[in-house]
Design a protein around this ligand. Structure first.
Ligand SMILES: [Zn+2]
Ligand SMILES: [Zn+2]
Length: 291
């Protein structure tokens, strides 16, 4: 199942929660893949809570937990990662009791040597750079806005146009850029342990053919993973919904969060409803190493 499939179902189910009735059914044996899909898809929010809850407990028990936003977002996105794996592999485990199958899958993940490694390629310097930037964006608005610059080379004015922000929201974008250059950037590199030598290495690598192609490939992994930190803003939207959002003026938070973390939607929404006012071509990944 694709992540878009998961996102649509999470979105839909949040609108009509059916938690109490779902638990019972999830404890019963399901015998076919079709039954598995049906029962599980009706209770995604509950299963997400459960997977996130186990992850939180694991962090507590291993001394890795802190009461802050970063940790809350961490368990939400890992809960969603586990749920996604469960949706794919659970179908082939029938007959099974879905609730207990999820429990054992999560427990197995947590017993691995590196339980929170979502992609091996992100251990390279380029991968660490991207993972660090995108990971920071989950907890810092300045870093979130800075992604538009680092990933696509967009300036504040272009960000304001791309997000269709109005007059009162625009100054904040300039402030985000400014604070990022002044302090956010340096602090983030320090936090992820990215040294001047690492940066120099990447600068040399940047001259190579295919650098931005590789950056795009890794960026997509990072975006998909970190977007799961906010289930409410996670789902990709169809064209007409973006257009509607822009024309009606709602969903500002959705635009800022989702478009920073989704290349596909950014390209889809880029010139919707602008009547050709955005002469610039759709954004592509052109990694900027400096703020
Ligand atoms: Zn790892
Ligand atoms: Zn999207």
């Amino acid at each position: 199942m694709s992540s878009i499939g998961l996102s649509h179902m999470l979105y839909r189910d949040r609108a009509m929660p059916d938690r109490m009735t779902s638990v019972g059914r999830l404890e019963d044996v399901v015998s076919t893949a079709e039954d598995f899909d049906r029962v599980v898809l009706q209770s995604l929010p509950l299963l997400l809570d459960r997977a996130a809850g186990y992850t939180k407990r694991f962090l507590r028990e291993t001394g890795q937990w802190s009461d802050d936003v970063a940790h809350e977002k961490f368990v939400l996105r890992w809960g969603a990662e586990y749920l996604e794996q469960f949706l794919v592999s659970g179908r082939s485990e029938v007959p099974c009791r879905p609730l207990f199958l999820l429990d054992s899958m999560v427990a197995r993940q947590h017993s691995r040597p590196e339980p929170f490694c979502y992609h091996r390629d992100l251990l390279t310097p380029l991968g660490r750079f991207l993972d660090g930037l995108v990971g920071r964006a989950v907890v810092s608005r300045d870093a979130l806005i800075a992604l538009y610059h680092h990933c696509y080379g967009l300036g504040p004015g272009q960000v304001i146009t791309a997000l269709r922000l109005n007059g009162s929201e625009s100054p904040r974008i300039y402030k985000n850029f400014q604070r990022w250059r002044e302090s956010g950037w340096k602090r983030t590199l320090d936090d992820i342990g990215f040294t001047d030598a690492d940066l120099q290495g990447l600068t040399e690598q940047q001259q190579r053919h295919r650098f931005n192609g590789e950056a795009e490939r890794l960026l997509r992994f990072a975006q998909t993973h970190y977007r799961k930190s906010e289930p409410d803003h996670y789902p990709c939207l169809p064209r007409h919904q973006w257009e509607d959002m822009f024309l009606q003026g709602y969903g500002v938070e959705y635009r800022i969060w989702h478009l920073a973390l989704c290349l596909d939607c950014l390209q889809l929404a880029w010139d919707l409803g602008l009547d050709g006012a955005s002469a610039k071509e759709k954004p592509r990944v052109t990694l900027q190493l400096q703020p």
